[in-house]
Design a protein around this ligand. Structure first.
Ligand code: ADP
Ligand code: MG
Length: 537
């Protein structure tokens, strides 16, 4: 195998023709195999340990892949689909990666039969278009007012994700949250804040109308509750620069020190006076607030929090109508925000600040309760999937049957479309249809069911006209999945098919990989592709 063109510097690695294709396909398949066991309600979790030793337990496709620090270029492209899927629709990441992996695996069989990659790409494209057509025409219309459907969509997304026992309550919370913030069926997910507190059980998770900050008030001398809150938001520090860092001053006597400190105090008092003049009774600051300032604020009865993250400050601004002030001298052009009440609330583990009854009622916070930070993180991921699914369902107002039913229907219809085709593309269209069955097959396998039996049964029922026959993994049988309330947004499926086809065809078109060895690395370390190349040598 030729690895390095003579014309290139020694730091380059090169793979050409078949080697490049096989190597990329192998890498993509590896990625798909990694996430495969997590698919569906009976999928397993993975435990990931980050370089800093942090532990993540998850079955969320995109989380697994982004934490894995994958280096192979084609494998990275697979990770990108998961990210696109996550950004565009918020769910279906595992499915999209798996379909792409299967498309490439089946492409390899065709390459073995000497079918040219461009023919495969053409066939896949034709099948993709057909798939979109069938999806659209087969999707079921929903009305946004039908909250029951939205709850079912959210529950399907959260089944098997650690939120299992409380998923009805969580689905209800999600639907209410979306309802509170949507306008014309459009939802800006930024309007829904998610916070986590450890200590209680998942079932204590609540929807709060307003903003909840993971912050306690700065001093016990500040009021714990402020009614009719007038809120000032600032993103500069309320502290004096400490002398030891900035300037050198020599203080020789006690008197001099007194004078110096007196000067500091005066400057700080001036700063706080400016805050007081605005008549704000609540202050949220993105930076630090030093001890003396805290004391002065408390004396004036002002509730204050420091180091409030910028994103929270922006949410507060939107929710309460406050302008974020960027310098002490700009404070004169203040615009205070309004809320009915600001309160410090103590939970068993954490202390939070609740800003309730905001001027803009479209501000809500989902406060997740749970035992440990691992549980909380996984519940948050499940909730985000559910949220993404509700928003996707509202966006197109279309849903499809889940549990592999839609994939079986697609593959059946694409196969019959292939029958009418001439030329070698037909084989690729067939293989596309086969690839989609990977989803119901894996759902069965992960639940300990025989995939061949299940697929055969589903196909039989689809042939008999039952488009909604899919896997009901609540009862481990083939069933009418609509009756079993297993439904997914149309958009998740259409995006998954599109991004999987896009990446598979892109990888298939590559016949030359020229890679620079990472420069900063130890020379004994291998280049990007070495692991896979060695395995093929
Ligand atoms: P993804 O990252 O692709 O969303 P998931 O692990 O969330 O992967 O699994 C989604 C798949 O699980 C979908 O095909 C969905 O229809 C299926 N599914 C969800 N709940 C059930 C259920 N109760 N029975 C059968 N299949 C289900
Ligand atoms: Mg999912």
């Amino acid at each position: 195998m030729e690895r390095r063109g003579d014309i290139m510097a020694g730091e380059m690695e090169r793979l050409m023709g078949k080697d490049a294709q096989r190597n990329n396909i192998l890498a993509a398949k590896t990625v798909s195999d990694i996430v495969k066991t997590t698919l569906g309600p009976k999928g397993m979790d993975k435990m990931l340990v980050t370089p800093s030793g942090e532990i993540i337990v998850t079955n969320d496709g995109v989380t697994i892949l982004s934490e894995m620090q994958i280096e192979h270029p084609a494998a990275k492209m697979m990770v990108e689909i998961a990210k696109t899927q996550e950004d565009e629709v918020g769910d279906g990441t595992t499915s999209s990666v798996m379909i792409a992996g299967k498309l490439l695996e089946n492409a390899e069989k065709m390459l073995d039969q000497k079918i040219h990659p461009t023919i495969i790409v053409k066939g896949y494209r034709m099948a993709q278009e057909k798939a979109q057509e069938i999806l659209k025409e087969g999707a079921l219309q929903i009305t946004p007012e039908n909250e029951e459907v939205l709850r079912q969509v959210a529950m399907t997304a959260m089944t098997g994700k650690g939120a299992e026992d409380s998923k009805e309550k969580l689905a209800d919370i999600l639907v209410k949250a979306v309802k509170a913030v949507k306008s014309n069926d459009l939802v800006d997910l930024k309007d829904i804040k998610v916070e986590k507190v450890s200590g209680d059980s998942i079932n204590d998770t609540e929807l709060i109308s307003g903003i909840v900050l993971d912050k306690a008030r700065l001093s016990k001398d500040m009021p714990r509750i402020v009614g009719k809150a007038k809120i000032l938001l600032v993103d500069f520090p309320i502290e004096l620069k400490s002398p030891e860092i900035d300037t050198k001053i020599s203080i020789n006597s006690h008197i001099e020190l007194q004078n110096f400190l007196g000067e500091e105090e005066r400057a700080m008092k001036e700063m706080i006076d400016k805050v007081v003049e605005t008549e704000a009774n609540v202050l949220f600051c993105q930076k630090g607030i030093d001890d003396y300032a805290q004391y002065l604020l408390a004396k004036k009865g002002i509730y204050a929090c420091r180091r409030v993250p910028k994103s929270d400050l922006e949410k507060l601004s939107k929710a309460t109508g406050a302008k974020i002030i960027s310098g002490i001298n700009d404070i004169t052009s203040y615009e205070l925000g309004e809320a009915e009440e600001v309160e410090e609330v103590k939970h068993s583990g954490d202390i939070m600040t609740y800003v309730r009854g905001c001027k803009n009622p479209k501000a809500v916070t989902i406060l997740i309760h749970g035992g440990t930070s691992h549980v909380l993180d996984e519940i948050e991921r499940a909730l985000m999937d559910g949220l993404g699914d509700i928003v996707s369902a509202l966006d197109t107002k279309l849903v499809v049957p889940g549990g592999g039913a839609i994939e079986i229907e697609l593959s059946r219809r694409i196969r019959s479309f292939a029958k009418g085709l001439k030329g070698r593309e037909r084989i690729a269209v067939y293989e596309f249809a086969n690839s989609l069955e990977f989803i119901p097959a894996t759902l069965s396998e992960n639940a300990g069911l025989d995939p061949i039996d299940m697929i055969t049964e589903m196909k039989r029922r689809h042939d008999a006209g039952d488009k909604n026959a899919g896997l009901n993994l609540f009862e481990n049988k083939v069933d009418n999945v609509l009756n079993a309330k297993i439904i997914e947004p149309y958009k998740v499926k259409s995006q998954a098919v599109n991004s999987a086809t896009d990446v598979a065809t892109m990888i298939l078109r590559i016949d030359d990989v020229i890679a620079a060895r990472p420069r900063a690395r130890d020379s004994s370390e291998k280049g990007m592709m070495s692991n896979y190349m060695n395995s093929r040598e």
